[in-house]
Design a binder for this molecule. Structure first.
Ligand code: ADQ
Length: 489
């Protein structure tokens, strides 16, 4: 069968990602409390029928004693999670270093770190070694838990070395890899010192997936130009073996958002927000505080808009909700203070005794508060400088069933390829252009708004996270594993 190796049996899936979808807090020597973080990936996989998924990943805490590790394993097992234990040094070099300081900026076109070239080059070696070692630690856990017939789905730039580790151990294992970030142009990618090792390792997978066709094309170009392999419409060929490469645009669990809007608590919240901002249009930004999200650019564009459109000054408010991430990294600290400074300046310039134009919050909101905010928003502003997909744009659309507000969306977010016909697409670097689009969005006729919304809403509610996961898993099942190919020949 397409799904499931035996009739009536569920397809077993091992999902491997750097982070498990739970946060663990230690309560005592052998006790842990766990909280499920309901991200897109979790709800995507919960919704896939006939699949029995287990998660393998790092729990976000370093546990060095055996009693603690055993207790955590037991607690996680109840949530279908299996931990990979990394130590502090590995986390520092692999996660903070190679993943977040090298691959993340490079994949978003920010280049390799340049402050001190020699130091970077020296660090690079040891960080790459730690990256490979960490990936091998993930592989060891997968191998311990793998049973024949399982499919293994590896996620993201943290685990590019994993497909190779897995296949070396067991060439019959079905292995898929999906990248959540952009894959950059091969001209950017080729600056990476370990470019060939990583490509070869990813190619060990049976199926390689990206959010957009462009990212898939960039990946295939990197393989042809850097490794001299052959790209075909199906993927990349190396000595008769095909690695299937394709686009699998992610979606959200749109029903979850629609259901939330019907809850009395959320309705009450919506009512409060509506009263609070009565007489003003609400503009919204929701981002992790990351350089790729273009938050300073967004706020500067809003300032430009206030400058150019004095009539709007007391009739509009921008709510920018930015969850701090990677707070121990100096660049991220710099970004936070930069954003605070710009916001302060603009509020000083355009604020009145009773109202300020920008409310900036450095924190995350719970799911219900977030839904209420999305629902009362007139214009959402997504100005990512680069973004694999951007789910905030999808979530906003899902919550706008009655309001039918406008989405201003960066053309450099993967979402621009799916919501492009409904959104106002902008180049976030062009502050004047974004400012003009803010004005257009705020004064748009209701006919145009509804037409645009209808397009986006249809897309978001029909291309869901469940469809995404189902398509990927079923394509992975359909790939022919190398070992089977050999026996057929
Ligand atoms: P992210 O870079 O995290 O994801 P995004 O896709 O927008 O970006 O997802 C962010 C998620 O976090 C959303 O579900 C959003 O609701 C939530 N969130 C953000 N800020 C929040 C806040 N202040 N309070 C509460 N929740 C908040 C990476 C890639 C993306 C890709 C996804 C999925 O960078 O391009 O779309 O993975 O593949």
């Amino acid at each position: 069968g397409r799904r499931g190796t035996l009739k009536g049996m569920k397809q077993r899936l091992l999902v491997v990602a750097n982070r498990l979808p739970v946060s663990a807090v230690r309560r005592g020597e052998d006790s842990w409390s766990l909280e499920i973080s309901a991200g897109g990936l979790v709800s995507a996989l919960l919704g896939v029928k006939d699949v029995d998924a287990k998660w393998i990943g790092w729990a976000g805490v370093n546990v060095s004693d055996e009693v603690g590790q055993r207790a955590l394993k037991r607690a996680l097992a109840e949530k279908r999670c299996i931990p990979v234990f990394l130590d502090e040094e590995i986390v520092h070099q692999y996660y903070n270093g190679y993943c977040n300081n090298i691959l993340w900026p490079l994949f978003h076109y920010l280049g390799l770190p340049q402050e001190d070239r020699l130091a970077t080059t020296r660090n690079f070696e040891s960080q790459f070694n730690a990256y490979k070692r960490a990936n091998q630690m993930f592989a060891d856990v997968v191998n311990q838990h793998y049973q024949e017939g399982d499919v293994v789905w590896c996620h993201d730039y943290h685990l590019m070395f994993l497909p190779k580790c897995l296949k070396e151990h067991n060439s019959k294992m079905k292995v898929g890899w999906f990248l959540h970030t952009p894959f950059p142009s091969s001209e950017i990618y080729r600056t990476l010192p370990s470019r060939s090792d990583l490509l070869r390792s990813v190619l060990a997978a049976d199926l390689v997936g990206f959010h957009t066709y462009d990212y898939a094309r960039h990946f295939v170009s990197a393989c042809t130009r850097i490794l001299g392999l052959e790209g075909t419409p199906e993927g990349v060929e190396d000595q008769g073996r095909l690695t299937r490469v394709a686009a699998f645009p992610i979606g959200i669990d749109s029903d979850r958002f629609k259901r939330a809007l019907d809850l009395p608590a959320v309705k009450k919240h919506v009512q409060e927000l509506t009263q609070r901002f009565a007489g003003r249009k609400v503009m919204l930004g929701v981002d992790r505080l990351d350089m790729i999200k273009g938050i300073p650019q967004k706020i500067l564009a809003f300032e430009k808009f206030l400058e150019e459109s004095p009539d709007w000054r007391d009739k509009v408010v921008l709510l920018q909700i930015a969850v701090p991430t990677r707070t121990d990294v100096p660049e991220y600290q710099k970004l936070t203070s930069q954003v605070h400074e710009i916001v302060g300046r603009i509020n000083g310039r355009f604020g009145t005794l009773t109202a300020v134009p920008i409310h900036h919050l450095d924190r995350s909101l719970d799911f219900h508060a977030l839904c209420a905010l999305y629902a009362v928003t007139d214009v959402a502003l997504v100005t990512s400088l680069r973004d694999g997909m951007n789910l905030v744009s999808y979530e906003f659309v899902a919550c706008q069933g009655s309001k039918k507000g406008v989405l201003i969306l960066s053309e450099f977010a993967g979402a621009a390829q799916s919501l492009g016909a409904g959104a106002l697409l902008v180049n976030p670097w062009n502050i004047t252009e974004v400012a003009k689009n803010i004005e257009h969005a705020l004064s748009m006729t209701s006919e145009e708004r509804e037409k645009r919304h209808r397009h986006n809403y249809a897309h978001v509610t029909t291309h869901t996270a469940q469809d995404w996961a189902e398509t990927f898993v079923s394509e992975l099942n359909d790939t022919i594993v190398e070992a089977q190919l050999r026996t057929r020949q």
